[in-house]
Design a protein around this ligand. Structure first.
Ligand code: XMP
Length: 551
């Protein structure tokens, strides 16, 4: 994910900058080759995005829209199917989010999930109320009607439940499709109106028959074709970029992460030498990475990269700074300055390419309604911030060809374009780099110590074959010196923390259960080989309450 280098930017992903632009609208238009799409109406569920990803796994294009999207716009988008997401509210609360009842009359197949199903039931004259027994977690689903939505779904399959409300009476014309021990109406349908509802969450990984059910919905009930493929996306994106950019010049700030690298490949294929890739080295990259990146791009991919050595400028401003926010702010400001002067030197450019991804532009998701006041409460912290402050004359037009993709789709596109696995599978690395992993007062020496320790950690993790098991694996240099003994000598040196986490998207994370042998090997080597460190400790905090990075 592209993220900003500014003070406040604690976003997942990599280090490419985000710069103010003449933002263009047009989220409603869909990629040309995806003629068909399934719309997800989001009622505030944490799973709305996941539903869209699952639908796309069936090779059908899908987008998340706010539940408030006007019916005229939905008609205009002409989705082949609509899925109503779950949500944190109860449908019978005063301010529960509603949908326009005209939705039921569109003639488009609709699948309501959890809250979505309950809303359908309530608006069509059925009854929803407190369940006799709330159901959370896995439940066995018993199928009453094995046709249609449940074709090829095994009777007794596991589905994942999370509800305190239930359908107490179905609306007229609806039939029962499935039940569980605690939930009599676990799936219902009005066949002739193509309206379906499920109380469970077919999108989550614990729902064993979930994908089969979603496939039935998109293929058999909505009549979609599996046309959303990587190859089709690439072809269309290249065509669109060419049409938009023409023979104008495009600037791309490369970070070495999967998003900006994929973007570079795609744009280079589309516009060749009219693309200029710029890599700003702020001095906080991992050992050997800047050299490796530039060499890979130049020699192997034949995509020229303008390498900007800004290491001196950054460290001069950061020496002695210890406040985390201050560090980020200085790095952000300095980045903009370097970016500004270098883009003028290399330019002029008409367009700036950005690796914005789909989760960055979903606006509707994550809004929650307070049932008492009816006010909307943000439950998802926006992970994308723009940097203010670039002078007027540097306002670029944007090219964002990845903005409809999820991260896993970007990886597929990168792979299909020939990006090597070492970049496709690269763990996220924060924009400010090692600077926010040297805790307390920053000095060049400390950054160098950390860089060596980080290098050993990476070597050992790679050697163990476990690199891809972790969302991130890294080291943090602590501002604490402790006493040790080496040979007959007393030492007094820094302590280093190891951080290994697993995560789906960086929003939440768990500490990884790393094998002791691997930890031992890393700790031994670091203490023996890195002067300045004499103790290694392990961070076993999940997120929340911790964060992944320490600063
Ligand atoms: P936290 O520490 O907030 O991190 O749990 C979540 C994810 O975001 C990454 N991160 C950053 N990425 N610029 C970035 O590009 C930043 O300033 C930044 N801070 C944190 C972090 O590595 C993790 O993947």
């Amino acid at each position: 994910m592209t993220s900003s280098p500014t003070a406040a930017a604690r976003t997942e992903g990599e280090a490419a900058p985000t710069v103010p632009t003449q933002v263009e609208s047009g989220t409603a238009q869909r990629p040309g080759l995806a003629r068909e799409m399934v719309a997800i109406l989001d009622f505030g569920s944490q799973y709305s995005e996941l539903i869209a990803r699952r639908i796309r796994e069936t090779r059908v294009y899908s987008e998340v829209l706010s539940y408030q999207t006007p019916i005229a716009e939905i008609r205009h988008l002409a989705p082949k199917g609509i899925i109503l997401s779950g949500g944190p509210n109860s449908v019978y609360e005063a301010y529960a989010p509603q949908c326009d009842p005209a939705l039921w009359e569109l003639g488009i197949p609709i699948l309501g999930v959890c809250y979505g199903m309950q809303l359908m039931v309530q608006q069509l004259g059925g009854v929803v109320g407190r369940a006799e027994r709330a159901e959370y977690g896995k439940a066995s689903l018993f199928i009453n009607d094995p046709t249609d939505l449940f074709t090829n779904v095994e009777d007794g399959t596991t589905m994942w439940m999370s509800h305190a409300d239930s359908v107490l009476r179905m609306p007229e014309g609806f039939e029962l499709l499935a039940h569980t021990e605690n939930t009599p109406c676990a799936a219902i349908a009005h066949h002739s109106r193509h309206l379906y509802g499920v109380q469970f969450h077919p999108e989550v990984v614990h729902s064993r028959g979930g994908m089969a059910l979603l496939r039935n919905f998109v293929y058999h009930i909505c009549g979609c074709e599996p046309e959303w493929t990587t190859a089709a996306f690439i072809e269309e994106a290249i065509r669109e970029v060419r049409a938009r950019v023409g023979d104008k010049r495009v600037l791309l700030a490369l970070s070495g992460g999967v998003d900006s690298s994929t973007l570079a490949f795609l744009l280079h294929r589309a516009i060749g030498d009219n693309l200029t890739c710029m890599f700003i080295d702020q001095g906080f990259m991992r050992k050997n990475e800047p050299e490796r990146l530039v060499k890979l791009f130049k020699e192997q991919f034949h995509i020229p990269v303008a390498y900007v050595d800004a290491t001196e400028r950054f460290i001069v401003r950061l020496e002695g700074v210890s406040d985390p926010e201050q560090k980020r702010k200085i790095i952000g400001d300095e980045f903009i300055r370097v970016f500004e002067s270098e883009s003028l030197r290399l330019g002029p450019f008409d367009y700036l390419a950005q690796g914005t991804l789909y989760p960055d532009i979903i606006e509707s998701a994550g809004e929650n309604i307070d049932p008492k006041t009816g006010e909307r409460v943000a439950v998802k912290i926006k992970s994308h911030h723009n940097v203010g402050g670039l002078p007027e004359n540097l306002r670029f037009k944007l090219v964002e060809p990845l903005k409809r993709l999820f991260k896993d789709e970007v990886r597929q596109v990168g792979r299909a374009l020939g990006l090597p696995e070492e970049i496709v599978q690269r763990q996220p690395f924060p924009g400010p780099g090692l600077a926010i992993r040297v805790l307390g007062e920053l000095t060049k020496d400390k950054v160098d110590i950390l860089r060596e320790a980080d290098f050993i950690l990476r070597q050992e993790v790679n050697r163990s074959g476990r690199y891809n098991d972790y969302w991130q694996s890294f080291a943090v240099l602590l501002p604490v010196k402790t006493v040790g003994v080496m040979g007959d000598r007393r030492t007094y040196a820094y302590a280093l923390a190891l951080r290994f986490v697993t995560s789906e998207d960086g929003m939440t994370a768990d500490w990884a259960r790393v094998p002791y042998d691997l930890l031992e090997q890393i700790a031994n080597r670091i203490v023996n080989e890195v002067p300045g460190i004499n103790r290694v400790v392990l961070d076993i905090t999940s997120k929340p309450p911790g964060t992944i990075e320490w600063e």
